[in-house]
Design a protein around this ligand. Structure first.
Ligand code: SF4
Ligand code: SF4
Length: 304
């Protein structure tokens, strides 16, 4: 399974296509160009839409069973992390310590968590002889496989563009099985739909940050807050409720109530706040009195 790319939601591939056409696709994004050639070579240049068809079947009796669960890079989205650690009944810190490594994306410099493979065998920590031990809570990349999902931001376009692509690796025999799917039906069958909705804000933030390049600056350690929001909602909750945050930002009472106990709502709120700070979005606003006091102290400093 190839790495997960974030211009690009969930990694993906297909073997066909002329080299020239494949290179054109790879040139979309430096993250793709940096991939090892053997990974690049399984990327197909043909974007798929939800109504397109694919041939695939995976089942425990297949000769390659579990082959795809080693030597892979699986990026963990915030919702992947929530589902996995609830399943394993672990705190965010304990899950990250045991199962994750940190990866910083080359463009945008945002840190993300990757599932840590066994150093000696290269196997996923959750794979067993019988298959995936966390199957109903497996990460979205595993749900999508052998599909990838891409979210592409074009300059001046009002909305991001999304499409799918097929991953066709030599060891995976599922492509030879006589079973046909519509892309949307496959996603639904694998339970990817709910994950996409949950991950939408997070993916959009990454794309926006990466598209902005070095042109945005802030005194805030955005990367740290982004990682905290993505991987450890409890810690972000502490920041909201135990720092001067609520003296500075307007948050409605009923939203505050939700943020106290709902991790998904907290992650969305954290990303909205980061978008407001970084890009000037207006989802989370500074309180007028906090803004006035900030202006007054700046003025006082200037006149010193
Ligand atoms: S068919 Fe492909 S996805 Fe299924 S077990 Fe084999 S390698 Fe993995
Ligand atoms: S989480 Fe499950 S499906 Fe995904 S790589 Fe690990 S064992 Fe395989």
């Amino acid at each position: 399974m190839p790495p997960l790319f974030l211009f690009v939601g969930y990694g993906g591939v297909k073997m066909a296509g002329e080299q020239e056409e494949r290179d054109r696709v790879i040139n979309w994004d430096p993250e793709l160009r940096n991939m090892p050639r053997e990974v690049r070579n399984v990327i197909a240049p043909t974007p798929l839409q939800g109504t397109d068809r694919m041939q695939f079947r995976c089942h425990p009796g297949i000769a390659c069973f579990n082959e795809c669960c080693r030597n892979i890079e699986i990026l963990l989205t915030p919702y992947d992390l929530l589902r996995l650690r609830r399943r394993l009944q672990l705190s965010a810190e304990d899950f990250l310590f045991q199962y994750a490594t940190l990866y910083t994306m080359s463009k945008g410099q945002l840190p993300v968590a990757m599932l840590r493979m066994d150093e000696e065998t290269g196997r996923c920590p959750f794979v067993t002889e019988e298959g995936c031990s966390v199957y109903s809570d497996r990460p979205v990349t595993c749900r999508y496989y052998p599909l990838g999902m891409a979210l592409l931001h074009r300059q001046k376009a009002a909305e991001d563009e999304s499409f799918y692509f097929l991953i066709k690796e030599d060891f995976c025999l599922g492509h030879r099985e006589a079973c046909h799917w519509q892309v949307d039906a496959w996603r639904q069958d694998q339970g990817s739909d709910g994950y996409d909705e949950r991950n939408q804000q997070w993916m959009e933030f990454i794309i926006k940050r990466r598209s902005a390049g070095d042109g945005v600056s802030t005194s805030l350690p955005v990367s740290e807050f982004f990682y905290m929001a993505s991987t450890n909602p409890d810690k972000f909750r502490e920041f909201v409720f135990q720092s001067s945050f609520l003296q500075r930002y307007q948050v409605a009472e009923e939203q505050l109530e939700r943020l106290r106990g709902d991790d998904e709502a907290l992650i969305d709120f954290a990303l909205s706040w980061l978008k407001s700070v970084l890009f000037g979005d207006q989802d989370v606003r500074v309180k007028p009195e906090a803004f006035a006091s900030y202006k007054a102290s700046k003025k006082a400093k200037a006149s010193e």
